[in-house]
Each structure stands twice: as C-alpha cells, then as structure tokens.
Design a protein around this ligand. Structure first.
Ligand code: CTP
Length: 396
C-alpha cells in the first residue's frame, strides 16, 4: 500500500468491540497509522492497552487524558485522519454523531474529522429498528457517512435477529477503499472475471475445473481499493464478493460470455482471470443420464473464447489483460496467447509449484506484453493483483 495513511478507529461500548482488534492489527501490519479512540463504555469491553499494543499508538478514552502525548488529541486525530471507521457503533454514539453532540472522545474527535467516514452499527434488534435509531442513521447517510449495515444472526443477548456487527473483512474493505480512494484508478472502470465455469451435463452432473476464484477476487478488491468502479463477473466460488464491487454470478462459459460482452464496451480495463471451459457437452440431457452396460463417450463442443472476442473488438484506449495457465512451455504458450487473443498483457502462471495456481493464497507470474516481460517472484495474490493493475494503469 503506497504512502502512510491515517485511519481513525472509533470504538463504542458493544460486545463486538473485541472483533475490531483484528482491524487495528490488519491496518497496522499494512503500514497504516491507526489511531484508536474509545468511549469509556468500550473500554469496559476491551482494555485500551490491547489496541495500544496492536497499533503502537496511545489510545484515548477521555478528552482529559493526562497520559496521552497530545493535549488536543481530539482535534489533531480528527484533522489528520484520511478515513474514520466507527465500529461497533451503538445506538448512543449514532445518536450523538447524527446530532453533532460532542461529549466524549469518540463523538468529539469525529466532529473534527473532515474525511471519508464509515460507521458499522451493532446492537439489539429492537434498538436498531427503533424509529429514533433509524432516523439517526438516515441523518448520517445524508451527512455523507457510509453505513455498513449490520447482519442477522445470534446476538449477545441470545436472541436471533438483525444487529450483529458486519463481517470484519467487509469493514476492512470499506476502510481500505476510503483510505486509498484517491489512488491510481480513480474514475476508471475495471471489469474482472473470476472463478471456474460449470458446464452442465444433466441436472446432476457438470464439468468444471480447479479454479478457486481467489486471484480474480483479489484483483477486483484491489482495483476497488485503487479507486476504480469495479464489476466482477464470477463463476461459482466459496468467496464472499468484495465490498463495493458490483458482482454478477454466472454458471457456464456461455453465461460468462454474455455477461462480459454486455459490459465490456464501458470498461477501461478488462482483466480475464476466470478459468473458462474450452468445451461444453454437445447436448444437455434434461433427465439424469442412466448408466447402461459398457462404456460411454462424452461428446463435447467448443465454447466461445471470450478473451479473443474482447481482444478483437477492443475499443481505442482500452486495456485488455488475459491470464494463462500452463503446465509446460509457460512462456512460449503465453506469448502465443498474447498475439492470438490480441491482448495487451498476459499474466502467465504455472501450477508447477504447490505455492502457485489453484486454491492457494500466493502466486508467481510472468507479466508479458508486446515490449516487456516481467517475472514477479512468489507473492500474495493481493500483491500480484496490485502489480497487474499498476501495469494496466500505466498502459491506459
Ligand atoms: N479464456 C476465455 N474464454 C475461453 C477460454 C479462455 O476468455 N473460452 C481466457 C481466460 O480467461 C484467460 C485466457 O483466455 O484469460 C487464457 O486461458 P487459458 O485457459 O490459459 O488458455 P486457453 O485460451 O483456454 O488455451 P489452452 O486451454 O489451449 O491453453
């Protein structure tokens, strides 16, 4: 992540406060300067010391904290923040912020902040649904806050209902986007495909491949973080769609072809990370295929090559990136794909090592263009996503 950014993390008094430790830790590890302010009630749930240890910064719980290094911390922390995230947000802190009340460290610091602000409510269902809380949330929306809606599930009181703090990865994505929204792809539209397609044989069986979708999802998420408007066209995966990305689920290669061609014209960058079936059953059998004596032959027909179609109809200024998965002759075959599919770049990756390719969180690739070849070495799929997007942005 480029540059040193400041995240202001405001924590109010809810049991979900313990989950937010992960957010503080995540951003600190990524090199973000995380400043935590807590209400006194929040400090009953998690000791400020926990956040101090995670962020290496003093945690303020009071406006008159004689131990902190800055006597006017509420002004300075608010003023220097690149993004504010309030999580968990109780009905009380929501009400205070919505009405401009500043009588504790969190509400006061937030009032001094002039940056992208995100709030994640978490409370008992009845309190959330109360017209007063809904009115306050509506006011925050009007004031430009991004509300990360709570989820349904088991609450601390044992009841099942809405009011559970949204999942932590969702909060992280939203904060990441807010912190880095001014980055390289601001104002650009990025279309990404991910995952495996599924070719149905009958109502019971299908042909697919080992793609997990992790690489394509990492690209979609990173493109969003870099400020782009992102559409993700995804085959079936086990991964949650990244926050703020418009995700279209598809099943077969044909579905993916239709979804991609419908959206390609508007995109500045198109990245085809999906593992698309090259063949599909020649005929779909509406009833389960019954076994019979002897062997059976499966007749397959070719699917359309989506990337080649996009490459052929490429608009001026558009950057088209394909992936190439090989088990042998990686460079030679990938260079051929660059030409045959009229792509601007091919991300060539091999499944030769257990740390690259399907299902794992790391990858290594060679980025191949008309006048460059760059070997990345082993890295996380997020890091590779960033390299690919930076190169694509450069080519735009
Ligand atoms: N691709 C596509 N449509 C297909 C097949 C592949 O758009 N029907 C895209 C993939 O998304 C990827 C690139 O083409 O970006 C290369 O995919 P790959 O499977 O490596 O190569 P293929 O073109 O399928 O060729 P082969 O299977 O012979 O290696």
């Amino acid at each position: 992540m480029p540059g040193k950014k400041n995240l202001l993390l405001g924590i109010s008094g809810g049991i979900a406060a313990y989950k937010v430790c992960e957010i503080a830790s995540y951003f600190t590890k990524k090199g973000v300067n995380v400043n935590v302010v807590m209400t006194e009630h929040a400090a009953e749930f998690v000791a400020p010391l926990t956040f101090e240890a995670l962020t290496k910064n003093h945690v303020y719980t009071s406006l008159f904290d004689g131990n902190g290094p800055d006597p006017v911390a509420h002004v300075n922390l608010g003023r220097t923040a690149d993004a504010v995230l309030i999580a968990p947000a109780t009905a009380n802190i929501i009400a205070k912020i919505a009405n401009g009340i500043a009588d504790d460290m969190v509400s006061t610091t937030v009032l001094a902040a002039n940056c992208k602000k995100i709030i994640a409510p978490a409370m008992f269902t009845g309190m959330l649904e109360n017209p007063a809380t809904q009115r306050n949330l509506e006011q925050l929306r009007k004031d430009g806050w991004e509300i990360i809606e709570s989820e349904s599930g088991r609450l601390a009181c044992g009841a099942i209902g809405s009011g559970r703090l949204a999942e932590i990865p969702e909060l992280i994505s939203a904060a990441e986007e807010a912190l880095f929204a001014d980055e390289q792809l601001a104002g650009k539209r990025v279309l990404v495909t991910a995952g495996a397609t599924r070719e149905n044989l009958d109502p019971v069986r299908f042909i697919t491949n080992r793609s997990s979708g992790k690489m394509g999802y990492a690209i979609a998420k990173m493109a969003k973080t870099m400020g782009a408007e992102v559409t993700l066209i995804s085959g079936k995966t086990e991964i949650r769609p990244p926050h703020g990305v418009s995700t279209v689920s598809v099943e077969s290669a044909e579905d993916m072809y239709n979804a991609v061609t419908g959206k390609a014209a508007d995109a500045d960058i198109i990245i085809m990370a999906a593992a698309v079936a090259d063949y599909t059953p020649a005929e779909y059998c509406a009833q389960k295929i019954k076994k019979s004596e002897g062997d059976n032959n499966l007749v397959l027909k070719r699917t359309k090559d989506i990337l080649a179609g996009i490459g052929k109809d490429k608009k001026p200024g558009q950057v088209v990136v394909g992936f190439s998965m090989e088990t042998e002759n990686l460079l030679e075959n990938s260079r051929k794909k660059l030409v045959s599919k009229n792509a601007d770049m091919i991300v060539a990756n091999s499944i030769a090592s257990e740390n690259t390719g399907f299902g794992v969180d790391t990858n290594a690739a060679v980025l191949i263009g008309k006048d460059f070849e760059h070997e990345t070495g082993l890295m996380s799929k997020e890091e590779l996503a960033k390299l690919v997007l930076e190169k694509a942005a450069e080519m735009l």
